[in-house]
Design a protein around this ligand. Structure first.
Ligand code: BES
Ligand code: ZN
Length: 872
């Protein structure tokens, strides 16, 4: 909380002055403090130019001992300030001993060593290790670690750290201890230790070469039965990485610990992952299908980091996408291979459009490889992650699957055990695939979403297709270069039959033309199939063409997208009419015909049907306007939903009947699809408060054997002012009182309920005993749910929604700056809103800015308040 941290620039990279070969770190865990004693073997880095003092990072700790080669340092030989320990005249090679105390029991930042319930655990990425001991807290210093933990056996019967347990047992003083050795050199951000009274489930995995790996998953006692899906997912991920990339796990044990207080989803510490319980727990009665999918994908993601991140790591944090983009891509492919590839891809595309595109168009826009930062934790963004993943996907697509996998193997072999850059990765790709990625590199360096215009001309049986590109300026990057953009297209005739095979066009210039001959009638173009590039497509297709694609396109993404485009056309016109004060715009008959056709010929994949019948979200609709009017967007979307519900009420009722639960819960594609359609049908019927719908939802709630159907019922009842709503909410709270993650659903549901006094209601819940201000999951459920899922409440005309959120950010910032900054970033897109809202959001940001703030939150509000036109 110094507020004076320097901005760091990628261009300023210097190799570390000292290398550390071995770290010996010992923890003495006591009730009111933890004692840390570390012995490092250091030597000057032959690659470093500068000689001079040794500067170690460290914060929030009390230094007790400092010795070089066994001799204690005199006060004149070193200096300690808030964030560093400087040793003035160190030898070229030496052993450094540091002893210090820390206070995990009071550490609410959830970085470094901290307490989650009665568990002590660590979170070191990005810079948490320097809250444990003084150390060069940068990923290019890689060492072998030996970790010793000493603790009272009653409080902490289970002791864990990275690597193999080489020694353990009781001590004469009544403590017990354990020593771990990690054979792989690693950066300190991958360090982990855990101590607690933990329950465990255990399994084994036999690798392709026949080695047995011991798999253990720890959690607080009593939760073991919520961990089996995570364990099964881990084994799926291990098998997938062997089958797909030929990558086998490299240690004898793989340990995961689930904790209730965690800032993020999960962390890939070598051999000892620490997870948010929200990304581990999944049992039919407590978790929804989305939770099951989330657990599966996060478990896989962290597992995949073992190669892409741990064996080959990042040189510095500007290279974050080196590990995260590549691992997100691997996770996405894994998810696609688990079934329902079309719908899985649609979800990935939706996240890009609804969250990444706005980030890339707003004040916080930054390249996949950022040029500078104040607080690294603010750069774990959807741009670094998901756009980074899409960039990898484009390389994979251009190389072809086999060649891409060979190239990843080449990259991993070439750089095994090293800390490298995105440029090193791109060079490895070029070496192995033979691709020329010179122009393609702009994807890493340039922020902003390229716009690709599609234009067609048809004459004399010949189709001319013109693609052109333009990328708007982003903060600090006024003139954009031309990108290398792969655009997959396919052509369909009037009956929806494909004409020729799909092909990938490479748009590398400002404008390019392609011609296609020998047509009897004008074909329909399906463009950007599978979302081959993270671009905005500007293509004014006729309603008829869209309806044709919606009915026939063989690419699920384009098929869904055609439906979305049709809905959007109607919605945009209606929003504009409402804003102009004219009469609402009715949906065209063609839209109803297209829906009827879809209902008559539904795709085999039920989830795809549900996706196609789901209207674009408010976020997606808002994205269509330079200036967003939340209330017009909300009104238009609700109106269209009701019109569709009224037109097809009988069909939705039949759909609900045909998709009602008939068997015990299983998490598979067919059943999850069935549940999605069921929920969707209930939702449409609820939108018009169809006869008997409240009673039906209440009975679904009552009879369901699983949380997915229960939540479908609750969601349907959410905005209906009926006694059933209060009954099921009360029942829910009572039934799941002992399940904090389920109570998060309850908090989120109420935060997102449409009601005039929702701000007051959220304030009340902040004081509820079931809420806990020190737990990120509770905060994300209540405040995140309010801001994201209750736009009308959050943007309430009197500005009280903004005031509430600002109050909570200010209250949270001194406790957990990382989370406070994440909340603050929800206010930064104020300039996109109509003045009435923009002013309120901006004043809330200004009020936050006026306070004493952490570096984290300061960086976000500063960027959020910069004038948008400062770019040119
Ligand atoms: N390495 C990150 C976790 C992390 C992020 C730690 C930021 C510290 C600061 C981990 O691999 C990760 O990316 N986790 C994601 C989930 C994943 C499935 C995208 C997360 O925690 O949200
Ligand atoms: Zn990750």
């Amino acid at each position: 909380m110094t507020g004076q941290t320097q901005r760091k620039y990628r261009a300023d990279y210097q190799p570390p002055g000292y290398l550390i070969d071995h770290v010996d770190i010992a923890f003495g865990l006591e009730a009111d403090h933890t004692h840390v004693r570390a012995t490092h073997q250091l030597r000057r880095n032959p690659q470093a130019s500068a000689t001079g003092p040794l500067v170690l990072d460290g914060r929030d700790m009390a230094l007790e001992q400092l010795a070089i080669d066994g001799r204690e340092l005199h006060a004149s030989q070193y200096r300690v300030d808030d964030t560093t320990l400087t040793i003035f005249d160190p030898p070229d090679q030496f052993e450094l001993l540091i002893e210090n105390t820390i206070h995990p029991e009071n550490n609410l930042s959830l970085e470094g060593l901290y307490r989650s319930g009665d568990i002590l655990c660590t979170q070191c990425e990005a810079n948490g290790f320097s809250r444990i001991t003084y150390f060069p807290d940068r990923p290019d210093v890689m060492a072998r670690y030996t970790t010793r933990i000493v603790a009272w056996p009653e409080a902490f019967p289970v002791l864990l750290a990275n690597g193999n347990c080489v020694e353990s047992g009781p001590m004469p003083c009544g403590h017990h201890y354990a020593v771990f050795e990690d054979p792989f050199p690693k950066p300190c951000y991958l360090f982990a230790m855990v101590a607690g009274d933990l329950g465990m489930i255990r399994d084994t995995y036999t690798t392709a070469s026949g080695r047995t790996v011991d798999l253990r998953l720890y959690t607080e006692h009593g939760n073991e039965d919520q961990c089996h899906h995570a364990m099964a997912s881990l084994k799926q991920a291990m098998a997938w990485d062997e089958d797909t990339y030929g990558l086998e796990y490299d240690l004898d044990s793989y340990v995961t610990v689930a904790v209730g207080s965690f800032n993020m989803g999960a962390m890939e510490n070598k051999g000892l992952n620490v997870f948010n319980t929200a990304c581990i727990f999944a049992r039919a009665d407590t978790a929804t299908d989305s939770d099951f999918a989330l657990v599966r994908d996060v478990v896989a993601h962290e597992y995949f980091h073992n190669y892409t991140g741990n064996r080959v790591t990042c040189r510095d944090w500007f290279q974050l996408s080196l590990k995260e983009g590549l691992t997100v891509y691997r996770e996405h492919q894994f998810a696609i291979d688990q079934g329902s590839p079309g719908v899985t891809r649609i979800r990935q595309v939706r996240a890009m459009r609804e969250i990444q595109f706005p980030e890339d168009a707003g004040p916080r826009a930054h390249p996949v490889r950022p040029e500078s930062y104040v607080e690294m934790n603010n750069f774990y963004t959807i741009t670094v992650y998901e756009k980074g993943g899409e960039v990898i996907r484009m390389i994979a697509q251009m190389a072809g699957r086999e060649a891409f996998i060979a190239a990843v193997r080449h990259y991993l072999d070439k750089h095994d055990g090293q800390a490298v850059t995105i440029e090193d990765f791109v060079i490895a790709m070029e070496e192995s695939t033979g691709l020329d990625l010179a122009q393609f590199r702009h994807w890493y360096a340039q922020a902003g979403t390229p716009r690709v215009r599609v234009a067609t001309e048809f004459a004399d049986g010949r189709l001319q297709l013109t693609l052109s590109q333009h990328t708007p300026a982003t903060p600090g990057q006024a003139d954009k270069p031309l990108f290398d953009i792969p655009v997959e297209i396919a052509l369909f005739d009037a009956n929806g039959a494909p004409v020729g095979a799909p092909q990938v066009l490479r748009l590398t210039q400002a404008e390019q033309h392609w011609t296609f001959d020998d047509f009897e009638a004008e074909p329909t173009v399906s463009a950007l199939r599978g979302f081959t590039a993270p671009v905005r497509l500007e293509y004014e297709q006729s309603d008829t063409a869209l309806a044709r694609l919606m009915a026939h396109d063989s690419d699920p993404v384009c098929r869904w997208d055609a439906a979305q485009a049709l809905y959007l056309k109607t919605l945009i016109a209606d929003v504009e009419a409402r804003r102009a004060g004219s009469a609402p715009v009715a949906a065209p008959e063609l839209l109803f015909d297209a829906i009827a056709t879809l209902l008559d010929n539904p795709p085999d994949d039920r989830e795809l049907l549900a996706e196609m019948l789901t209207l674009p979200s408010e976020a997606m609709l808002g994205e269509q306007f330079d200036t967003i009017d939340i209330f017009a967007v909300d009104a238009a979307r609700r109106a269209l939903k009701q019109v569709i519900a009224r037109r097809f009420d009988a069909r939705f009722a039949a759909l609900a009947d045909a998709h009602a639960p008939t068997q015990a819960y299983v998490f598979d594609v067919a059943e999850a699809g069935r549940r999605r359609v069921f929920a969707l049908a209930l939702d449409y019927l609820a939108a018009i408060e169809a006869d008997g719908i409240a009673a039906r939802a209440a009975s679904v709630y009552e009879c369901a054997d699983n949380m997915t159907d229960r939540m479908a019922a609750l969601d349907a009842l959410r905005d209906m002012d009926v006694p059933e709503r209060e009954q099921v909410l009360a029942d829910f709270a009572e039934r799941w009182a002992d399940y904090p993650l389920v109570m998060d659903k309850w908090l989120r549901l109420q935060a997102s309920t449409r009601r005039d006094d929702s701000v007051e209601h959220v304030r009340e819940l902040l004081g509820d005993s079931r809420f806990d201000f020190t737990n990120p999951n509770r905060i994300r459920a209540l405040l995140g749910g309010f801001v994201r899922a209750n736009r009308v409440g959050f943007h309430r005309a009197d500005g009280e929604g903004y005031r509430l959120v600002a109050d909570e950010i200010l209250r949270l910032d001194p406790l957990n700056p990382q989370l406070a900054a994440a909340l603050a970033s929800m206010l930064t897109d104020w300039a996109r809103h109509v003045p009435a809202q923009a002013d309120g959001m901006r004043s809330a940001l200004e009020r936050i800015a006026a306070a004493q703030l952490s570096d984290n939150t300061r960086e976000i509000v500063t960027v959020g308040l910069e004038r948008r036109d400062s770019t040119d």
